[in-house]
Design a protein around this ligand. Structure first.
Ligand code: PNS
Length: 182
């Protein structure tokens, strides 16, 4: 029987609960799913590619058929290199559709044998995007239910200098000798 391998490409800056929901759904319908983090030199990301890969690896460690890789260049070329026959993308709302359709059709033009498969995350994640998560985190909002705990922790470390300070080695306290004022 033919095994179907799919690539789920994206920026994942940072990965969210919506991404995880889609990965779970994809892992159920594909034999193998490669989550592929784009190494995009043009964008200045919040998290390094290595950080994003590590977060995604931790998030997906429970799925036997999911792996995490990084790529640059065309998605279709990467997909062909790893022997995938499908590209998985999520559509949250109608507003995603135009961009996703354009990409899917361009990818089909570039590589007609590759199918794009759209899946919808659970409604409760339909408003979550990496961009909004970054913005909320940057402005000090609560991101706990938007991203997995390990991502929330990483965001807090990035955003809050006080958090870094709190985690830093405590400085030795100088004890003054002499009489104390009562
Ligand atoms: O998570 P994102 O940022 O919406 O993902 C966009 C991504 C990585 C899927 C898209 O930018 C992409 O495929 N980039 C690789 C370059 C490429 O293939 N460009 C042509 C796409 S039609």
């Amino acid at each position: 029987m033919k095994r179907i391998k799919a690539v789920y490409p994206g920026s994942f800056d940072p990965p969210t609960n919506g991404h995880l929901d889609l990965i779970e759904r994809g892992s159920k319908i594909f034999d193998e799913l490669v989550v592929a983090v784009l190494r995009n030199l043009e964008k200045a990301p919040l998290f390094s590619v290595a950080d994003r890969r590590n977060m995604l690896e931790s998030m997906t460690s429970g799925f036997d058929n999911v792996s995490v890789e990084t790529f640059d260049g065309l998605t279709v070329e990467y997909a062909m290199t790893v022997g995938a026959s499908a590209v998985l993308r999520g559509i949250r709302a109608i507003s995603d559709y135009e961009y996703e359709l354009q990409m899917a059709l361009m990818n089909r033009k570039l590589q007609p044998s590759l199918e794009t498969v759209f899946m919808m995350p659970a409604e409760k994640y339909s408003y979550i995007s990496s961009r909004l998560v970054r913005e909320v985190a940057q402005l000090g909002g609560n991101i706990d239910s938007l991203v997995p705990e390990l991502v929330a922790q990483k965001l807090r470390e990035k955003m809050d200098p006080a958090f870094k300070f709190a985690k830093a080695e405590p400085k030795p306290v100088k004890v003054r000798s002499g009489k104390r004022k009562s």
